[in-house]
Design a protein around this ligand. Structure first.
Ligand code: C2E
Ligand code: CA
Ligand code: CA
Length: 738
């Protein structure tokens, strides 16, 4: 079989459309009457013309041949005795030319032998002259009926070959793996996809049992699907199976040599025999490669719970495990311990020697601490330079102290990184359950107080929590009071960070970010504001204000003929929880007469999923009104795709952490790729965030994410600076509002 696609001709088109364009309205049959007796010609012509046939006449052999060459006829009435040649010569000419038509020979008695000769030459019938009108009409009608039937049969035969070619082509070119198995489960057919997908030549598979392909853990399930005997609706659909492929290339977490397929399988039966029974012949299946999607999902799920740098469990996973361990500890009455380990000079290393060295140092520290642990213990990375330990097997302070001492001493050995010799020390805070608390919150807080105690006391040491230690939270009170004052005195303001379409270089949107112009500390980031605001119930008034301010700034840009661009606003969980949240948003849009699709709300996965039904209702309401929705920091929370898919999303924002991972020299496949693929799969727009280096932007664009937000293009800036950027972009003087 050739690889070229079949020509789509009319017959094929019929097959594709499932109809029959050819036989719609059959035209009347066209007849050629050949006779050199004018009277005879006239009467026959009148008779047959009256019967509805299209008639052409020829009064000589010469004229007959000319007519045959000129056009197609369905039937010829041929007088054998013409004045310029034998009728047989006309017949011969037609045959030589491959002209297909039915011929009825008309002959007088004396020419019976010649008539028989004509039949031998392929004439259909003969009629003796002079013919009875009835007999003539009947003979012509019969001949035409037969002619028509033959032609239909031929057409049908052509159509079958065409459709077979078409089907074979479709099967072979299909992106799906298509196969048939015999009754015992051996491959009898596989399409070309087997080769590119699984790395097996067809010959290697034909005759083999399917179990050679199926991943061992999936064999039981495979039996259900691949031995499928049912047909139609009840047959197996979308069953996922892992098949072993020939390609062997292992990355760290994911097996490349396993292909996940979503299989639909059906039983195949013979035609009914006379007794009305059908025999099971085998199964037929179509399997679609879903590995990329599964891999991407697994990858995103993994990274949602693990730290990027050290691959250790992250804060989320730690909290989960701690809750679980506490339940167990309570149930078994078994004490346990938690520990916080903070590297003493990490910030200095990071700032002076650079992030890559800082990252290496973290990995070394993680490895060394891990070496001190037993199975069942959890080591997690909580934030920059802080690790947490969950120690279900440590029952009393002495054992905890011994472990802390061991950790300090393994960390002490110098680290050689990039030509530097770095000495690590750490501070460790310990809290015991139930002595220092039996809830996760209390335990962690007390470990933190103990940790601060060590830090205050000159670092490089450990301490168990004691009630006499000063509570770090008193610092908090001071900060809260300060924020209240800031809000009163107007020290809080909005900055905007442009989002750029890397392909056109144009600013297509901005994200509103909160800033605190602190009288003595200078500009503070949002991270210093919101956690505090939450604690003192300032989130809602603050959110109202920032929604209103951002809409007002948008209006000002529009009034100057700038934009429109998308305004992204971060939504705090507290604000989202307000019953009238959608109304508040819509009111701000209405007040400044904005189109709702210019406003985009950014929420994180965690916020959306926390109280899913309530949130979904509100977000649907807003999306219905045209407001856009983005998932912020995608991939860092509990990415339950099952939930996320239900949200009326427009955009996915790839978190800085994943963008950071893009290095030109990186050996690993960046998760970013998986995230972009997922976003595309869900039909969402993607924005890459925290893009600082050209190679990161390049990588994102190359992989299909061309919307970029990051220092590479623009830092967050106050509104007037954005106005200037937009004016420059417009490239023309714009109206100054009255
Ligand atoms: P986010 O929504 O992920 O915002 C992006 C953060 O990344 C911003 O930090 C931005 O300044 C920073 N960023 C952008 N590009 C780069 C880059 O190239 N490199 C680096 N290193 N950083 C970059 P920011 O403004 O400190 O905000 C931190 C978080 O605080 C935000 O994270 C957001 O969750 C929250 N936040 C900020 N403003 C608001 C607000 O008005 N309302 C609410 N509810 N949350 C806000
Ligand atoms: Ca954001
Ligand atoms: Ca973000």
């Amino acid at each position: 079989m050739s690889d070229a696609p079949p020509q789509i001709d009319r017959t094929l088109l019929n097959v594709l459309l499932g109809g029959d364009l050819g036989s719609a309205a059959a035209p009347p049959a066209r007849l050629l009457l050949v006779d050199d007796e004018p009277l005879m010609l006239r009467t026959t012509s009148r008779l047959l013309g009256a019967a509805g046939y299209l008639i052409e006449t020829a009064d000589s052999g010469e004229a007959a041949i000319a007519a045959l060459d000129r056009q197609e006829f369905d039937l010829m009435l041929l007088d054998l005795h013409l004045r310029d040649m034998y009728g047989l010569d006309v017949l011969r000419h037609a045959r030589r030319r491959g002209i297909e038509l039915y011929t009825i020979v008309v002959s007088g008695d004396s020419e019976i032998d010649a008539a028989i000769g004509a039949l031998k030459q392929g004439a259909y019938d003969f009629i003796r002259k002079p013919a009875e009108p009835d007999e003539l009409l009947r003979t012509v009608a019969n001949a035409l009926a037969l002619h028509h039937e033959r032609r239909e049969n031929e057409r049908m035969r052509q159509r079958l070959t065409q459709s077979e070619r078409l089907y074979r082509y479709l099967v072979e070119q299909s992106p799906d793996f298509i196969y048939t198995l015999d009754q015992s489960g051996r491959f009898t057919f596989v399409n070309q996809r087997a080769e590119s997908l699984l790395g097996y030549a067809r010959d290697e598979l034909i005759g083999k049992h399917y179990s050679v392909l199926v991943h061992a853990e999936d064999l039981v399930r495979a039996r259900h699907v691949l031995d499928e005997r049912r047909t139609g609706e009840r047959a197996s659909r979308n069953v996922e199976l892992r098949l072993r492929s020939h390609y062997t290339e292992d990355t760290r977490h994911f097996e490349i040599n396993v292909v996940t397929l979503s299989v639909n399988a059906f039983g195949v039966y013979s035609h009914e025999n006379p007794a009305g029974q059908r025999e099971f012949i085998g199964t037929y299946g179509i399997a679609r490669d879903v590995s990329e999607r599964r891999k991407a999902e697994a990858m995103v799920a993994y990274h949602a719970l693990h730290d990027r740098v050290t691959e250790l469990p992250n804060r989320e996973l730690f909290r989960d495990r701690l809750e679980f361990a506490l339940i167990q500890s309570r149930r078994n009455g078994a004490p346990m311990a938690v520990m916080l380990v903070d590297l003493d000079r990490f910030k200095w290393v990071n700032d002076s020697l650079g992030h890559p060295i800082g990252d290496d140092l973290l990995r070394i520290a993680a490895q060394r601490i891990e070496g001190c642990l037993e199975g069942g213990d959890t080591l997690a990375r909580m934030e920059a330079d802080e690790f947490a330990l969950l120690l279900p097997q440590i029952a009393e302070a002495e054992a905890a102290k011994a472990l802390a001492q061991r950790i300090l001493s393994v960390l002490e050995a110098p680290c050689e990184i990039g030509g530097h010799e770095i000495f690590l020390t750490a501070s460790i805070g310990i809290a015991l359950c139930p002595a220092d608390g039996s809830s996760s919150k209390n335990l962690m807080r007390h470990a933190d107080i103990a940790l601060h105690h060590v830090k205050q006391g000159g670092k490089n040491g450990y301490a168990c929590y004691a009630a006499s230690m000063p509570d770090v939270s008193s610092v908090k009170h001071r900060q809260q009071a300060e924020l209240r004052r800031a809000a009163r005195e107007g020290e809080l303001m909005l900055y905007y960070q442009p989002q750029v379409d890397a392909e056109s270089g144009r600013i297509v949107g901005v994200e509103a970010l909160m800033r605190w112009q602190h009288p003595s500390d200078g500009l503070r980031g949002a991270g210093d504001i919101f956690p505090l605001a939450e604690e003192i119930g300032l989130v809602c008034p603050l959110s109202d204000w920032l929604l209103e301010t951002s809409c007002a700034d948008m209006r000002a840009w529009l009034d100057r003929g700038l934009g429109p661009i998308t305004m992204s606003v971060n939504i705090s969980p507290h604000y989202l929880d307000q019953d009238d949240f959608p109304e508040r948003v819509l009111a701000a849009i209405a007040k400044y007469d904005l189109a709702s699709e210019w406003l985009k709300l950014e929420i994180t996965e965690g916020i959306a999923i926390r109280n899913f039904d309530g949130v979904l209702h509100k977000l649907n309401h807003l999306a219905g009104a045209g407001v856009r929705l983005a998932i912020d920091d995608f991939g860092t929370g509990y990415s339950s795709l099952a939930y996320i898919q239900l949200l009326p999303l427009h955009t996915l924002k790839i978190d800085k952490a994943f963008v950071n991972e893009i290095h030109t020299d990186s050996q690993r496949v960046p998760v970013v790729q998986a995230i972009i693929a997922l976003a595309k799969g869900l039909g969402l727009e993607v924005i890459g965030e925290g893009v600082e280096r050209p190679e990161q932007a390049e990588f994102l664009v190359k992989n299909g994410c061309h919307l970029i937000q990051g220092y590479l293009y623009h830092k967050p800036q106050p509104a007037p600076a954005i106005t200037d950027l937009l004016i420059r972009q417009a490239g023309r003087p714009v109206a100054v509002p009255a």
